[in-house]
Write a protein that binds this ligand. Structure first.
Ligand code: BEZ
Length: 237
């Protein structure tokens, strides 16, 4: 029967526990998400080793790994290629590829081999309309308690914006730490939104620093959030 050949495909959702798995990676075996308990983790898939867009993505992400680590976040890659393909591709990147000023880039975060497609099926990374045999460019942000907090999907042909991934990570950490929301295009140092309180008066009552809240109407209140305070709270030197 047709259905018996299909793997159990699921689409994890924001707010749910990240599906658990054990996998072989370029850095040894990992148990996800339990190995990352207490840290943020970004689990991301790419379509295939030895392809140009994926290569540009890996070089970019690996170059930013320290920056993510300082924000208590570890990176974990995945594709449906095997371990020896991963190892050969990452070695080639380090030895031969120069791109946008990046060279000798060593990828030291784990890259999962998923030839059986167990993990990619569990995380809804295979989208048959795009490809039956490759994972799309999926990104799962998993918080220190193992909860999925954001998901981003990109098609095969477009590389992701890793500055945006960092911005989204810091924005989520900011909303957690300061009980605020972040408006469009928010960057550290910009005003934040005092979250849905129903009315400005209620919003002001909820906040300790009432006098700094600026309400344009009952549903739109902002306040300043000091850049140094955010950086001191979230970023380890
Ligand atoms: C790439 O990474 O270049 C790529 C991979 C799969 C399909 C199209 C592009």
């Amino acid at each position: 029967m047709e259905n018996q050949e299909l793997k159990q495909v699921s689409m994890p959702r924001i707010g749910e526990k990240a599906p658990e798995f054990k996998a072989v990676t370029t850095q040894g075996e990992i148990n996800f998400p339990s190995d990352y308990s207490g840290k943020w983790a970004i689990l991301f898939s790419h379509p295939a080793d030895f392809t140009p867009v994926c290569t540009s993505e890996f070089m970019t992400f690996a170059s930013m790994q320290d920056k993510f680590r300082k924000a208590n976040c570890e990176l974990v890659g995945l594709s449906v290629d095997g371990l020896y393909s991963h190892i050969a591709w990452l070695r080639t990147i380090k030895e031969k590829i120069e791109y946008k000023g990046m060279k000798n880039v060593e990828v030291t975060f784990p890259l999962i081999e998923d030839i059986t497609m167990e993990v990619s099926a569990k995380y809804g990374m295979i989208m048959p309309g795009e490809s039956n045999t490759k994972a799309v460019r999926a990104v799962f942000f998993v918080d220190p308690k193992g909860i999925i907090r954001a998901i981003i999907y990109y098609p095969l042909s477009i590389g992701r914006n890793f500055d945006e991934l960092y911005r989204a990570l810091i924005a989520m950490q900011t909303t957690d730490a300061f009980d605020v929301a972040c408006p469009a295009d928010w960057q550290v140092g910009d005003d934040v939104i005092v979250p849905t309180a129903g009315s400005c008066g209620v919003a002001k009552e909820r906040m300790e620093d009432k006098e700094t809240i600026d309400c344009k109407d009952w549903f739109f209140c902002t306040k300043k959030l000091d850049k140094d305070l955010v950086l001191k709270t979230l970023i380890q030197d």
